[in-house]
Write a protein of this length. Structure first.
Length: 318
């Protein structure tokens, strides 16, 4: 509900909740904090979607809106860059305070290329670690992978990165990253996510897979999502040693002797991909069923893994 609360404050929207559905009705008045019409919104949750929703609302208001505790994550920055091409003025991009000067009417054709996805880059990086492979991942948005790479360096991983170059949008910093196989050790501290610029919440499950390859015991603390850590225990079916402490924390002992298995895909996207990647390292043939959630979040993942040397076949079992 934080997005609806912010929009309600921002444009005077009345919200009514009935059963499982939400209706929003815009009313005529607007609410302002300052005499000059500048309105300040403090988000109670630094979420990506809530920030984007308020940005879209502020973009159509011909005045100034200050959004505090905004998410500066990559998808929010993409929205800001896109809105500026439409004539909206957005200041503070990449910070937790955004100042938006909107326009009442937007009627312009623009071309814009969204930035590359750091979660896909992390997926391929985890695939390289679990299979002990040397691969080159091109067009990695380094600004949104720096904490992950620093943690991997602490765990003993070796990699090489190229000089930076711009994305197609001219704003996102990209590098090519080459993985170098080698032994890993468990980190000293627990691994947990934080809002950007911390370790990305969606990249955390891949560290469960990487921890299973490292020597020692690692704690993964997924404090954001209810019960997502539970799905990481599915790695035990392919040989990992995962101990569930509570719905948010697991202990993982490595290294792992992976084994083939037939597994029902967890209903959570990233844990589902983690199980799939673990199967790449398991000798023999594994089956991962009900992979709709993976297909929803990745485009042609099987084909792209096959291009790196994997053997992944998709099938329908009717």
């Amino acid at each position: 509900m934080p997005a609806f609360k912010a929009i309600e404050t921002r444009i005077g929207t009345e919200l009514a909740q009935f059963s499982r559905y939400l209706w929003a009705q815009r009313v005529a008045h607007r609410i302002f904090d300052a005499p000059d019409g500048t309105h300040t919104i403090v988000l109670t949750e630094r979420g990506d979607t809530v920030t984007e929703n308020v940005l879209f609302a502020a973009a159509r208001h011909p005045g100034t809106t200050i959004i505090r505790n905004a998410s500066p994550n990559y998808m929010v920055q993409d929205v800001c860059f896109f809105l500026t091409k439409l004539g909206v003025i957005v200041e503070g991009i990449g910070t937790t305070t955004l100042t938006v000067t909107g326009v009442e009417h937007i009627d312009v054709d623009v071309d814009y290329s969204p930035s590359e996805d750091p979660i896909e880059a992390m997926s391929l990086l985890a695939a390289a670690v679990v299979t002990g492979s040397e691969i080159t991942i091109r067009r990695v948005p380094i600004e949104f992978m720096e904490i992950e790479l620093a943690l991997l360096h602490e765990m003993g991983m070796t990699y090489e990165i190229s000089e930076e170059y711009p994305s197609a949008n001219g704003l996102t910093r990209l590098v090519d990253l080459r993985t170098i196989p080698g032994p890993l050790k468990a980190p000293i501290d627990k691994i947990h996510p934080m809002p950007f610029p911390g370790l990305n919440i969606d990249n955390l499950p891949f560290f469960a897979l990487i921890a299973a390859c490292a020597t020692g015991q690692t704690m993964i603390h997924d404090w954001v999502y209810e019960n997502r850590a539970i799905y990481l225990t599915e790695l035990t079916k392919v040989g990992a040693k995962v101990q569930l402490l509570d719905p948010h924390r697991v202990l993982i002992d490595g290294p792992t002797r992976w084994r083939a298995a037939e597994v029902i895909c967890p209903p959570a996207l990233r844990p589902g991909v983690v199980v799939l990647l673990a199967m790449l390292a398991a000798p023999g043939t594994s089956e991962l069923r009900n992979v709709y959630v993976i297909n929803r979040g990745y485009e042609d993942l099987a084909e792209r893994l096959n291009a790196l040397g994997a053997t992944v076949e998709t099938f329908r079992d009717i």
